[in-house]
Design a protein. Structure first.
Length: 570
């Protein structure tokens, strides 16, 4: 900001001009002018940052001040909205700043990130709090309100779960988290936010209430209607098999290895991996293809890591077979995406497949969407003041090397859902290392938000590196911009660790790559030419590539893999 042009920029009239000693976190400053906002044509009034009738104070100090810092003078709250460093002979002599008087009590908090210095600072009510770790629920009203609940298919909360134990209701009685009472979801209350950029500094702030300069986060403008909360699956998406009337487990054992079928014992054996059939449970329906004599659908009778038995008859044969979970992706009548405990996430489906399965649950249901992911990313970033989620929270299930996962079950799900049940609404991390089962992370009740399997994101399409977004699920479709909004940016032409971000309020998308696993955004970006679709978070063998801000935007809409899945949302 050019302080010589305060009146021009703010459209103000000077009320008085003198020096007033005022303390800002114990430092003496000089207020040079207090200006009344009188013009509706003022630059920052038009931008929604201030209102006619607000006051601006202009002051200087030799102490370091930052955007979002607050002072109280004469019983009135003021917030710094712009800072200019004044240097003399190469050294900072003093800071000049403009403050906006806040009429309402300040109920906002956030973070700044200087992309040049790779430095963070907290703002608002979190000013002065250490970065890189959570300051706790007492000062995080929005994050603290996130909680697991049971949501029925009509979108109505049946009950909330115990904050520290998801096997119990909030009143301490036993909960049904197996789908009997509904889907296990995390409720996230609507909040307001603002984004500013000055020089090389990004500012993100959030508030639980509407404030001047803040807008309702787009995650809560669902299908064009403002909603008071959004819901995201507490677990990675599993499948409800409509034909079998049961929740099933995700497995796709590919054609690469020889599978043995034994008639006498009705046994299917895959000896080339240590745990190819571990995710399966008794009663699961599997489909076999690629054989001469055993193609068809079978019911699992007994389970094992390398062998299973089935109820139906088999013919003696060794073949390069595909053994996979039976899935019906048919829109309206097919299987339903779910969020329940105790099942292996469903895998090997396209984004459109998962879209259909989510919508099959009923009106209002969808798979996780772009704006919802952004809202969680923003809440995480404000809470930890660090892009490095693998440092702030932990690696979770991203620490399996490719060879370990391949030898275990050829890139199929490793864990059942519900591994974080004892964490309740909390955040936790376990990383046991490559080849050791039991690793996971959970952010405020969202289990494996990143890691384990890579999860589809709806509401974003990319064409020749230009992203288009939507939060209207009636327009969700692949390879189109119809019904979508162009973000007006271009993603980097090459893959890499993200180094700078585009200056947009609706997203954390890279403007450039070239950083590392420990600097700048600390997570990887993949892109491509032509039409592409989105996935988020990374998978079990992505190691340092993965994290809260990992974007895989190189997949075609037709792609499907064993290590990709989805997550339910409402």
């Amino acid at each position: 900001m050019n302080f010589d042009n305060l009146i021009e920029q703010y459209g103000t009239s000077i009320v008085y001009k003198n020096k007033i000693g005022v303390g800002i976190y114990g430092f003496e400053t000089d207020i040079k002018a207090v200006l009344n906002i009188a013009s509706a044509d003022a630059k920052y009034v038009k931008q929604g940052l201030i209102q006619v009738g607000d006051f601006i104070a202009h002051f200087k100090t030799s102490q370091v001040v930052s955007v979002g810092d607050r002072i109280t003078y004469d019983g009135v709250d003021w917030e710094i909205m712009s800072v200019e460093k004044i240097t003399y002979m190469g050294a900072t002599a003093y800071y000049m700043a403009a403050m906006i008087r806040t009429i309402d009590p300040i109920v906002q908090y956030g973070v700044t990130w200087d992309e040049s210095a790779d430095a963070y600072a907290r703002t608002g009510t979190l000013h002065g709090t250490a970065v890189g770790s959570s300051p706790g629920n007492a000062v995080l009203p929005i994050q603290a309100a996130m909680k697991r609940c049971i949501l029925n298919d009509a979108g109505v909360v049946q009950y909330y779960l115990d904050p520290a134990d998801s096997t119990k209701k909030a009143d301490g009685s036993p909960a049904n988290i197996d789908g009997t009472d509904g889907q296990v979801m995390v409720e996230m209350p609507a909040f307001y936010y603002r984004y500013l950029y000055d020089g090389s500094v990004h500012l993100w702030e959030i508030s639980p209430v509407a404030k001047a300069g803040f807008t309702l986060h787009p995650a809560f403008v669902k299908n064009g209607v403002n909603v008071s909360a959004r819901y995201i699956g507490a677990y990675e998406g599993v499948m409800y098999d409509v034909s079998a009337s049961r929740y099933t487990n995700g497995v796709y054992d590919p054609v690469f290895d020889q599978t043995t079928f034994t008639a006498a014992t009705k046994t299917i054996t895959q000896p080339n991996r240590t745990n190819p059939y571990t995710p399966l449970q008794v009663g699961d329906k599997i489909k076999v293809s690629g054989t001469a004599n055993n193609n068809g659908t079978f019911t699992v009778a007994t389970t094992g890591d390398q062998s299973i038995t089935v109820e139906e008859d088999l013919v003696d044969e060794t073949a390069s077979a595909i053994v996979e979970t039976e899935k019906d992706w048919t829109a309206t009548t097919g299987d339903k995406l779910a969020s329940v405990s105790g099942k292996a996430p469903i895998n090997y489906g396209t984004r459109a497949n998962f879209r259909a399965a989510a919508k099959n649950r009923g009106a209002g249901w969808r798979q996780q969407d772009y704006d919802l992911i952004l809202a969680i990313q923003l809440l995480y970033l404000v809470e930890y003041a660090s892009f490095n989620s693998q440092s702030a929270i932990g690696k979770g299930l991203t620490d399996w090397g490719g060879a370990s996962w391949l030898n275990y079950n050829r890139h199929n799900p490793i864990n059942y859902t519900g591994i974080s049940n004892s964490d309740g609404n909390g955040t936790n991390n376990v990383d046991n290392g490559a080849g050791v089962v039991g690793s996971y992370m959970s952010y405020r009740g969202i289990e494996n938000w990143y890691g384990h399997i890579l999860k589809w994101v709806d509401g974003i399409n990319i064409n020749d590196r230009v992203p288009y977004v939507s939060n209207n699920d009636s327009t969700f479709a692949d390879n189109t911009a119809t019904g979508y909004i162009a973000l007006g940016i271009a993603l980097p032409p090459s893959n890499g660790w993200q180094s700078t971000l585009h200056k947009i309020s609706r997203g954390f998308l890279p403007a450039a790559v070239g950083a590392s696993a420990t600097t700048k955004i600390t997570d990887y970006f993949y892109g491509g030419s032509g039409w592409r679709v989105g996935l988020h978070g990374g998978w079990a063998s992505d190691t340092t590539l993965a994290g809260a801000f990992f974007w895989q935007l190189a997949y075609l809409s037709s792609d499907l893999e064993r290590q990709t899945g989805g997550r339910l949302a409402y």
